[in-house]
Design a protein around this ligand. Structure first.
Ligand code: MSP
Length: 662
C-alpha cells in the first residue's frame, strides 16, 4: 500500500489555538481521511513548538515559567483536536527528549560535514520573529512583521552554510513544478532566490541571552535557534531518520503551512535536509490567511475566533465543511458567522439535507422505508450517471491537489442534479399512477447516489457522513468507509439490497436564522420543518418534499391579523422529542404541499410522540417561521385545554391533508 505522510506546522505555545490553527489541522485531517479512502496508508502529525525567546517572553508576561506555559498550552492544543474530530497519528512537543535527541544528532551531522561554522554577526534582531533582519528587509527601519524597531546586536554565533545551496535549491524548484504549490508561492520563492545572494543562517543563541532551547552538541555555551529545532519535528515525529517509519513514510511526505512561514519551509528546510544528506519532502502546500471581516485576526483587535465556540454553535461537521468550501486554497478568505450561516442554509440544509429528507420521506411513504427493486434505466438515469461520474472524478482529482473548494463544488453538481432528478422524475406522480417499477428505479437510483455522495463527504464531514450512511442502511464504524473505496473500479456498484430498511426521516442540517431565536411561547404554540426519526414506517401521503427554506405561503401574520389566518388540516407523519427542550416536540405535518412541515410544539408534557403519528391536526399554516431552541418551526398546531391535559384540534372524519378550515 502506498504511504502518505502529512504534517501541520507545530504551533507556538505563546497563544491558545484559534481559527487559523484549526483550519490547517482540519485540512490535514480531511486530506489524510481522503487519502485513506483512496487506498493509501495515510497519517498526519501535529504538535507544539516550545523553545525560544518568544515563549520565554510570553511566560514572563503570564507570570509563569516557560515549561509551565508550554505544558498548559500544548495540552490545550492536544485536547482540542479530538473535539474537532481531528485525529493526528502523532503529537510532537519540541521539549520531548526524543525530539531533542534527533535535533542534536542532526546538528552534529551537519557540523561534522563542515556546513556549520562559528563566526561574528551583527544585525538587526527582532525578538518577535526571533531572527535577524538585513537592512534591506526592514521597512522604514522597522520589522515588517511587527512594525517594531529591531535591536542592533553583535555577537559570535554558529552559522549554517545555507548560501552554498542556493543554486541547487533553485534548480530543484525549477525541475519540480509542484514542489511548492500553489504556483504563486513557488513564484514567490523563486523571486526570493533570484533577488540576491542567500545569507547563511544563524542557528545558535548564546546562553548568556537565552537558555530555553536545545543545547548544541558541540558547544554547551549555546542553544539551537528555534527554527533549526522546530523543523526537525517533522522527522522526530517518525522516530528519527534511522527509524522504519521514516523509511516508509518520508519519501511520501508533504507539509501543510500558511504563507506566514513560507521562507523557513521553502528555503531553510530543504537546504537543511540536503546538508544532512536526507531526502527532500515531496510537496510544500501553502495556504492563505483567514481574515475576520477582511481584517487580520489579532488579540488586540479582539477578533480572534475560538474554533470550539464556532464548532459548538454550528456543529463540527458544518464548521469543517465551511472552512474547506469557503477558502480557495492558497488565497486569503474572510470568516464571518453570516458566511457560515449562508453556507449552512444554502449548501447543507437546502441542497444536501433536503435531498436526504425528501428521498427518505418518499421511500417511507411509497415503499414503507424498504429499498425498492430497480427496473431498467431510462434517459433520465443515463444522464444522471454521466453527471455522477464526472462529478466524483473531478472531486477526487481536485481534492488530491488540495483544491478543496472546487472539489466540493464539483460534488454539489451531483447533489443538485439529484434534486433536479427528483423534480423531473416526480415519484409522487409515479405512485399516483401505480407505476411501481419506474418508482422503484427512481428511488433506488436516488438512494444509490446518496450513498456515493455520503462516502465522498466522509473526509470533510465524518460524523454527518456516518449518519447519512446509517440512514441509508449502510452503516460504517468510526474508521469510516473501507480503505480504497474511492479508488475502486466498481465504486458505483453500491451494496444497496432491495428490501433492506432505510430511515423514514432525515433532518441532517437544520437551518439557522441569523436573527435571535424566539423565546418559548405558550403551550398552544407549536411549529417547524425538519426532523426526527419516524421508525413507524407509516405512509406519509404527499410527503414528497421537505423544504425547510420556504416561508409559509402567504407570509407572516401578527395576532391582530387574526382574520387573515390560514387554517388547514394536516396529517402528522412523524414526531419525536426536541433534542434541547423538555417541553417541546418536533412534529412533521403533511399539509399536502410539496414539502412536509416541521412544527415545534410545546406539548411534550401531554403527549407520547408515537401516539400523535397518523393523527390529523389543525395547523396555522401561514405563521412566519420561528426558531424554537435551535429548530425552525413553520406553523402552529392548535390545541385546547381539557382539565389538566390538552386535546389537539382535529376533524371528526379523515380529510385530504391540506384541506382549508373555513
Ligand atoms: N511554530 C511555528 C511553526 C513551526 S513549523 C516547524 C509557527 N507557529 S504558529 O503558531 O505561529 O502557527 C503558524 C501557522 O498557524 C500558520 O502557518 C497556519 O498554519 C496557522 N495559522 C495561524 N494563523 C492563521 C490564519 N489567520 N489563517 C490561516 N492559518 C493561520 O509559525
Amino acid at each position: 500500500m502506498t504511504a502518505f505522510y502529512l504534517t501541520t506546522p507545530i504551533y507556538y505555545v505563546n497563544a491558545l489555538p484559534h481559527l487559523g490553527h484549526a483550519y490547517t489541522t482540519i485540512v490535514a485531517d480531511s486530506l489524510v481521511r481522503f487519502q485513506r479512502l483512496m487506498g493509501k496508508d495515510s497519517l498526519f502529525i501535529t504538535g507544539t513548538d516550545e523553545h525560544g525567546d518568544k515563549i520565554v517572553q510570553a511566560a514572563e508576561k503570564a507570570g509563569s515559567s516557560p515549561q509551565k506555559l508550554a505544558d498548559d498550552v500544548s495540552a490545550a492544543f492536544r485536547s482540542l483536536w479530538p473535539r474537532l474530530d481531528v485525529a493526528p497519528a502523532g503529537f510532537v512537543r519540541t521539549t520531548d527528549e526524543s525530539h531533542k535527541a534527533v535535533v542534536r544528532a542532526f546538528l552534529q551531522k551537519v557540523h561534522d560535514a563542515g556546513d556549520i561554522y562559528f563566526g561574528e554577526y551583527s544585525g538587526h534582531y527582532c525578538y518577535g520573529c526571533e531572527r535577524f533582519y538585513t537592512e534591506k528587509e526592514l521597512e522604514n527601519g522597522l520589522c515588517p512583521q511587527h512594525l517594531t524597531k529591531p535591536e542592533l546586536i553583535s555577537e559570535r554565533n554558529y552559522f549554517f552554510r545555507m548560501s552554498r545551496y542556493q543554486d541547487w535549491l533553485k534548480q530543484h524548484i525549477l525541475e519540480k513544478p509542484d514542489f511548492i504549490r500553489p504556483e504563486r508561492y513557488r513564484t514567490e520563492v523563486l523571486a526570493l532566490l533570484d533577488s540576491g545572494v542567500l545569507d547563511d543562517l544563524c542557528i545558535s543563541r548564546p546562553k548568556s541571552r537565552l537558555t530555553w532551547g536545545i543545547e548544541l552538541p558541540f558547544d554547551p555555551q549555546y542553544v539551537c535557534y528555534v527554527w533549526f529545532d522546530a523543523l526537525l519535528a517533522y522527522i522526530s515525529a517518525l522516530g528519527g531518520p534511522e527509524s522504519p517509519d521514516f523509511r516508509r513514510y518520508w519519501p511520501q511526505s508533504e507539509h501543510l503551512v500558511a504563507k506566514d512561514i513560507l521562507k523557513p519551509h521553502a528555503v531553510f528546510w530543504p537546504t537543511m535536509l540536503k546538508a544532512a544528506d536526507l531526502p527532500l519532502f515531496r510537496h510544500l502546500n501553502v495556504h492563505g490567511y483567514w481574515l475576520v471581516r477582511d481584517t487580520k485576526m489579532s488579540k488586540s483587535l479582539g477578533n480572534v475566533i475560538a474554533p470550539l465556540a464556532m464548532a459548538d454553535t454550528f456543529g463540527n461537521d458544518v464548521f469543517r465543511y465551511f472552512l474547506l468550501r469557503e477558502m480557495h486554497f492558497g488565497n486569503d478568505a474572510s470568516f464571518s458567522e453570516e458566511a457560515l450561516t449562508a453556507r449552512l442554509n444554502a449548501d447543507l440544509a437546502n441542497d444536501l439535507g433536503n435531498l436526504f429528507s425528501r428521498v427518505l420521506s418518499m421511500t417511507a411513504k411509497f415503499c414503507r422505508s424498504a429499498v425498492p427493486e430497480p427496473g431498467p434505466d431510462e434517459d433520465l438515469e443515463r444522464a444522471l450517471k454521466k453527471v455522477a461520474e464526472e462529478s466524483v472524478s473531478n472531486f477526487k482529482n481536485l481534492f488530491s491537489r488540495l483544491r478543496f473548494s472546487a472539489a466540493l463544488e464539483s460534488l454539489w453538481e451531483l447533489v443538485r442534479a439529484l434534486n433536479k432528478y427528483v423534480d423531473a422524475a416526480a415519484p409522487w406522480n409515479l405512485a399516483k399512477n401505480n407505476d411501481g417499477e419506474r418508482l422503484g428505479t427512481v428511488l433506488h437510483t436516488l438512494l444509490r447516489y446518496m450513498y456515493i455522495v455520503a462516502v465522498h463527504l466522509w473526509p470533510v464531514m465524518p460524523r454527518k457522513a456516518e449518519v447519512m450512511l446509517e440512514q441509508l442502511g449502510l452503516p460504517v464504524g468510526p474508521e469510516g468507509p473501507s480503505s480504497g473505496i474511492l479508488d475502486r473500479e466498481d465504486l458505483f456498484a453500491v451494496p444497496l439490497m432491495p428490501g433492506s430498511a432505510v430511515a423514514s426521516f432525515s433532518n441532517l442540517f437544520p437551518r439557522r436564522d441569523s436573527e435571535a431565536e424566539a423565546s418559548m411561547p405558550g403551550w398552544s404554540v407549536t411549529e417547524e420543518a425538519g426532523g426526527g426519526k419516524n421508525n413507524s414506517g407509516a405512509a406519509c401521503p404527499s410527503a414528497d418534499r421537505v423544504d425547510a427554506g420556504d416561508p409559509a405561503p402567504g407570509g407572516a401574520i401578527e395576532f391582530s391579523d387574526f382574520q387573515k389566518l390560514e387554517l388547514r388540516v394536516g396529517t402528522v407523519t412523524a414526531c419525536e422529542a426536541h433534542p434541547n427542550a423538555d417541553k417541546l416536540l418536533r412534529v412533521m405535518v403533511d399539509l399536502g404541499e410539496s414539502s412536509v412541515r416541521q412544527i415545534i410544539a410545546g406539548i411534550a408534557e401531554f403527549f407520547v410522540p408515537e401516539n400523535i403519528v397518523g393523527k390529523q391536526v389543525v395547523v396555522v399554516a401561514n405563521l412566519a417561521p420561528r426558531k424554537l431552541r435551535g429548530l425552525e418551526s413553520r406553523g402552529m398546531i392548535l390545541a385546547v385545554r381539557k382539565d389538566e391535559g390538552l386535546e389537539l384540534l382535529s376533524v371528526t372524519a379523515p380529510v385530504v391533508p391540506g384541506s382549508r378550515v373555513s
